[in-house]
Design a protein around this ligand. Structure first.
Ligand SMILES: C[S@@+](CC[C@H](N)C(=O)[O-])C[C@H]1O[C@@H](n2cnc3c(N)ncnc32)[C@H](O)[C@@H]1O
Length: 227
């Protein structure tokens, strides 16, 4: 877990999109498109937690008649999101706040998305409890997140890339070597698909589905809340 997320994102807000696309060779864009396909939102209310620079919110708003709201703790990340929404003429309201104390009413949201955000939070249990509280009965959650490297040859090389190459290159091009070291450690320590299933069921979610992306680098987890 990264405890100083606010500080990290304050520092990298302006470079965030560039670094994401650079290190993933734009595969992150495909993952968000896949997320949209799985959600297949109708005219629903979607809350995108840890929205950051707003790419998931943009993808959903652009392609559905849904009401999309972004939610993040970092004013600097939200400033970048606001610029992007304006450039695209999209109306996406934003809430500045902590995901561990969602500033939304009980049972008020149809769909909650969280992309590369859960891993940043210091208390996964509390985050999922808050998501469960905010969703209406039958509401759906979608979690896009990195998974710990698998124990196979690809996982070995992926770990070398994460632990050594990304910090080195991130240090050279953006002065963020330590942040990428922390990213690698947080990914390795993060929940496996099995852990994610247990966490969601513990909080009343059913219909768990794990969609494996890019040889297991990331997953989209989805589930439905029963109340
Ligand atoms: C890796 S970025 C993900 C941005 C975006 N969802 C994406 O797909 O690129 C993680 C975001 O989580 C936010 N964050 C970290 N801790 C948070 C918290 N406690 N509450 C709300 N947002 C938080 C950070 O400010 C940052 O914008």
């Amino acid at each position: 877990m990264v405890n100083n997320a606010e500080q990290i994102y304050k520092k990298i807000a302006e470079k965030y999109d560039f670094l994401n696309h650079f290190f993933s060779l734009y595969i992150d864009v495909l993952w968000r498109k896949k997320l949209l396909k799985l959600i297949n939102p109708k005219r629903e209310t979607v809350l995108d937690i840890c929205t950051g620079t707003g790419d998931i919110a943009i993808e959903i708003k652009k392609n559905s008649g849904s009401t999309v709201i972004g939610y993040d703790i970092s004013p600097e990340m939200l400033e970048v999101a606001i610029k992007k929404f304006k450039e695209r003429g999209l109306e996406i309201p934003l809430i500045l706040g902590d995901a561990l104390e969602l500033a939304v009413k009980d049972n008020s949201v149809d769909v909650i998305t969280i992309g590369f955000g859960l891993r940043n939070l210091p208390d996964y249990d509390r985050a999922v409890a808050e998501i469960a509280r905010a969703l209406r009965p039958g509401g759906r959650v979608f979690i896009l997140e990195f998974a710990p490297p698998e124990k196979n040859l690809f996982g070995f090389f992926y770990w070398i890339y994460l632990r050594h190459i990304m910090p080195l290159v991130g240090g050279i091009i953006a002065g963020v070597k330590e942040d990428y070291r922390e990213l690698a450690v947080s990914i390795r320590a993060f929940l496996t698909p099995k852990d994610m299933k247990s966490l969601l069921s513990k909080h009343g979610f059913t219909n768990f589905r794990a969609t494996r992306l890019s040889l297991g680098i990331a997953y989209i987890y989805s589930a439905r809340i029963e109340k």
